[in-house]
Ligand binder design. Structure first.
Ligand code: G6P
Length: 616
C-alpha cells in the first residue's frame, strides 16, 4: 500500500525523505509527494507517476528544512493525479498530512466539514484528516487536535502530521496500518538524535537499526530531541526499543536488473536460512523456538485452518495437503478476506495459522482477530519481525529470509513452504509420523539448497523458452495433488507481472471445460514430476497434445518419456513427493520473470498492485 515517511532532526530533511520513498517504492507507485517547513512556511511538492517524476519536479528547488513528510501512493480513493497525491493540506495551508489506510465514514465527514465551510479540493479520503485537524487546531495544540480528529474517524490509518505553526514537531498516529519510529544516532554528543517515522522498516534502515514499533491507537509526538508515545488510555508508553536485524544490502539490487530476479537467485540461501538451527537430524525432529509455549495445544489440535492472501494463500493450500496427507489431521485453507466475514464455526481444538510475508496484510490481520474472538489458538508464519501479525498472534515461526521487495512474492513463498514442512514434522512427531520417515524428510530438506542451485543454473534455458512464448495471449498451468497449488501460483506470478491471461487448473479438470480452449496458440505449463500421479498427468498431457496444445513440462531429471509429449522440458532434480512444490515453483517464477522482461513490463512494480496490502 502507500508508504509514508517523516523526518525531524538537524539534517536537511529532503534527501532523507526521498531516500526513504525510494526504498518504499514497492508499496505503491502511482504518485508521490513531500512537504517541508521552509523558513516557517509549508512547502509541498507532489506529482503523479513514479518517484522519478517527483524527483524531476524537485530538481530546481533547494530546501534547508530539517522537518518534513513524504508519501508514495497506491490509489484507493481518487485517481492518481497531482492533486490527489499526498501530502494533503487544510484550508489555511499550514497543516500537512500523509496517510496510509482508508477512511470508512468519509461521506459523513466530508458533508460535515463542507457544511462548516471547509474547502475540500481532492477526491481522496485522506484530505479529510487535514481539515479535521484544522477544525480542532488553535496554532499550538497539534497533538491534541490530531487526537480529537481521530475520534471522528472510522477506518484505518498510519498518519503523520506537521504544521508550520509548530515547526518543531511531527505528530503520528496508528490504527491498523503500520508505523515504525527510527531513532537516529546522535550527530555529536549533547545534540538531538533525529527521528524517522515510516510505514516500512526499509525506509528507516539506511539511517538506523534502533526502532520502536507503534501499536494500534498510539499517538507519537516527535521533536528533534525526543519523542513521546501516548496510548489510547492517555498513558505515556514509549514501548521497548527493538533492533532491526536486516542488512542494508538486502534493500539494494546488488547488480541484478530487478529485485525479483535477485530474490529468486537468493532461494538456495533462503531455504537454508528458513531451516537454520531448526533441524535435529539425528532424532528426526525439528525445533521451532517460537512454538515452544504452545506445544501442548498443538499436540491436542484437532483441526488446522490456514488463513492468508495471494501467494501466501497458495502456500496455505500446500499446508492443508501436508497436514492431511502426512498426519491425517483435518486442515483447510481460507482466503483471509473471506474468513473474516464468513461466520465460520470453530470447534474446540482448532488452530488458525496466518501466513503472511509482510505481517501487515489487512485482511489477514482481520482474520486472526476474528479467529481469536472465536476462541482458536492463533499462530503466524511471518517474515517481517515485529509486524502486526507477528505481534497479534499467540506464537509463531519467522521465515528469516530478509526483506522481500519485489511486489511478486518469490523467496518468501519458497520459505513458507519450507516452514510448513517443518511444522508437519513437528506436529507429526507429536502424532504418528515415524522417526525414520521424519529423518528421511529432514535429510532431503538439507539437500534442497543444492538442488535449487541446479534449477537456477537452467536460467538461460528458461529465458529462451520464455522468449518463444512471451507474445501469446493466454497460458494454462496444470498440476495435480500437492502440485496443483503450484499451478495456481505459476499462473498468479505470470499474470501479475506480465499481464498475460493465465489460469491454474487441476490437471484432471481440463476435460471438464478448459480443454475446449486448447489449440496450437495455447501453451500449457504442466507440473509433472515423477510422483504418485505422474501417469495420470501424462494422460492429461496426451489430451492436450491431441488438440495441438504446446506443452511446457516441469519434469523430473532423467524423464525422457515426457519429451514425446512436451515441446519444452525444464528438469527438476529428483526429490520426495512432498518437497516437489519447493522445487517446481522456481522455474515458474523464472518463466514469469523472463516473459515479463520480454514484454517490457515494470517487473518489480506491476500496475495496480502493491506489496503490502494494508487496506481491505
Ligand atoms: C499482495 C502482494 C502478494 C502477496 C499478498 C499477501 O497482494 O502483492 O505478493 O502474496 O499481498 O501478502 P502477505 O504480505 O500477507 O504475504
Amino acid at each position: 500500500m502507500c508508504g509514508i515517511i517523516g523526518y525531524i532532526g538537524l539534517k536537511p530533511s529532503l534527501p532523507i525523505l526521498m531516500d526513504g520513498l525510494k526504498r518504499m517504492e514497492y508499496r505503491g507507485y502511482d504518485s508521490a509527494g513531500i512537504a517541508v517547513i521552509e523558513n516557517g512556511q509549508l512547502k509541498t511538492v507532489k506529482k503523479s507517476g513514479k518517484l522519478d517524476a517527483l524527483q524531476a519536479a524537485l530538481a530546481n528547488q533547494s530546501f534547508s528544512s530539517v522537518i518534513g513528510l513524504g508519501h508514495i501512493r497506491w490509489a484507493t480513493h481518487g485517481a492518481p493525479t497531482d492533486l490527489n497525491a499526498h501530502p494533503h493540506s487544510d484550508c489555511t495551508g499550514k497543516i500537512a498530512i500523509v496517510h496510509n489506510g482508508i477512511i470508512e465514514n468519509l461521506a459523513e465527514l466530508k458533508a460535515e466539514l463542507k457544511a462548516e465551510g471547509h474547502e475540500l479540493k481532492t477526491a481522496t479520503d485522506s484530505e479529510v484528516f487535514a481539515h479535521l485537524i484544522e477544525k480542532y487546531y488553535n496554532g499550538h495544540n497539534l497533538s491534541e487536535a490530531v487526537l480529537q480528529a481521530l475520534t471522528k474517524v472510522k477506518g484505518a490509518y498510519g498518519l503523520a502530521v506537521i504544521s508550520s505553526s509548530e515547526p518543531d514537531k511531527i505528530v503520528a498516529a496508528r490504527l491498523g496500518s503500520p508505523l515504525i519510529l527510527g531513532i537516529l544516532p546522535q550527530d555529536q554528543p549533547n545534540q538531538g538524535n533525529g527521528y524517522v517515522i515510516a510505514s516500512d522498516a526499509a525506509a528507516i534502515l539506511p539511517f538506523t537499526k534502533e526502532v520502536v514499533y507503534l501499536e494500534d491507537n498510539d499517538l507519537a509526538i516527535i521533536t528533534g530531541e525526543n519523542y513521546e508515545i501516548i496510548e489510547k488510555s492517555g498513558k505515556c508508553n514509549n514501548h521497548q526499543k527493538q533492533h532491526l536485524d536486516w542488512d542494508l544490502t538486502e534493500a539494494e539490487k546488488e547488480g541484478y536488473p530487478h529485485f525479483m530476479l535477485k530474490e529468486i537467485m537468493e532461494e538456495p540461501k533462503v531455504v537454508a536460512d528458513s531451516m537454520r538451527g531448526r533441524l535435529i537430524p539425528e532424532q528426526g525432529k525439528v525445533k521451532l523456538g517460537g512454538l515452544i509455549d504452545v506445544l501442548p495445544q498443538l499436540k491436542s489440535a484437532r483441526r488446522i485452518i490456514f488463513v492468508a492472501c495471494g501467494t501466501a494463500h497458495y502456500a496455505g493450500r500446500i499446508g492443508e495437503y501436508l497436514m492431511e496427507s502426512q498426519l491425517g489431521l483435518p486442515a483447510e485453507v481460507e482466503y483471509a478476506s473471506e474468513f473474516r466475514y464468513n461466520e465460520s464455526v470453530l470447534e474446540p481444538g482448532t488452530v488458525v495459522i496466518a501466513i503472511s510475508q509482510s505481517g501487515e496484510t489487512a485482511d489477514t490481520l482481520a482474520a486472526i482477530r476474528q479467529a481469536k474472538k472465536l476462541g482458536a489458538l492463533v499462530l503466524g508464519i511471518v517474515n517481517v519481525v515485529g509486524s502486526s501479525i507477528a505481534r497479534e498472534t499467540t506464537a509463531g515461526v519467522y521465515n528469516h529470509v530478509g526483506l522481500e521487495i519485489s511486489v511478486a512474492s518469490t523467496k518468501a513463498f519458497v520459505s513458507q513452504l519450507v516452514i510448513l514442512v517443518l511444522l508437519t514434522i513437528l506436529l507429526g512427531r507429536q502424532r504418528n509420523l515415524s522417526e525414520d520417515k521424519a529423518k528421511e524428510i529432514i535429510s532431503e530438506l538439507e539437500n534442497l539448497p543444492d538442488k535449487i542451485k541446479q534449477i537456477l543454473e537452467q536460467r538461460d534455458i528458461i529465458e529462451t523458452i520464455a522468449k518463444k512464448y512471451a507474445q501469446r495471449n493466454n497460458i494454462i498451468f496444470i498440476g495435480r495433488k500437492i502440485n496443483y497449488p503450484i499451478a495456481l501460483e505459476g499462473a498468479l506470478k505470470l499474470k501479475e507481472i506480465s499481464y498475460l491471461h493465465a489460469e491454474g487448473y487441476p490437471a484432471g479438470e481440463l476435460k471438464h471445460g478448459p480443454l475446449a480452449l486448447i489449440d496450437a496458440t495455447w501453451p500449457v505449463v504442466a507440473i509433472a514430476p515423477q510422483d504418485s500421479v505422474y501417469q495420470k498427468n501424462l494422460s492429461n498431457l496426451q489430451e492436450v497434445k491431441a488438440r495441438d496444445g504446446q506443452i511446457i513440462a516441469i519434469a523430473t531429471a532423467g524423464d525422457e518419456a515426457i519429451k514425446e509429449l512436451a515441446k519444452e522440458v525444464i528438469y527438476l532434480p529428483k526429490t520426495l513427493e512432498i518437497l516437489y512444490p519447493i522445487l517446481a515453483v522456481i522455474p515458474l517464477q523464472l518463466l514469469a520473470y523472463f516473459i515479463a522482461k520480454e514484454r517490457g513490463c515494470p517487473i518489480d512494480q506491476p500496475r495496480n498492485l502493491a506489496k503490502s496490502v494494508t487496506v481491505e
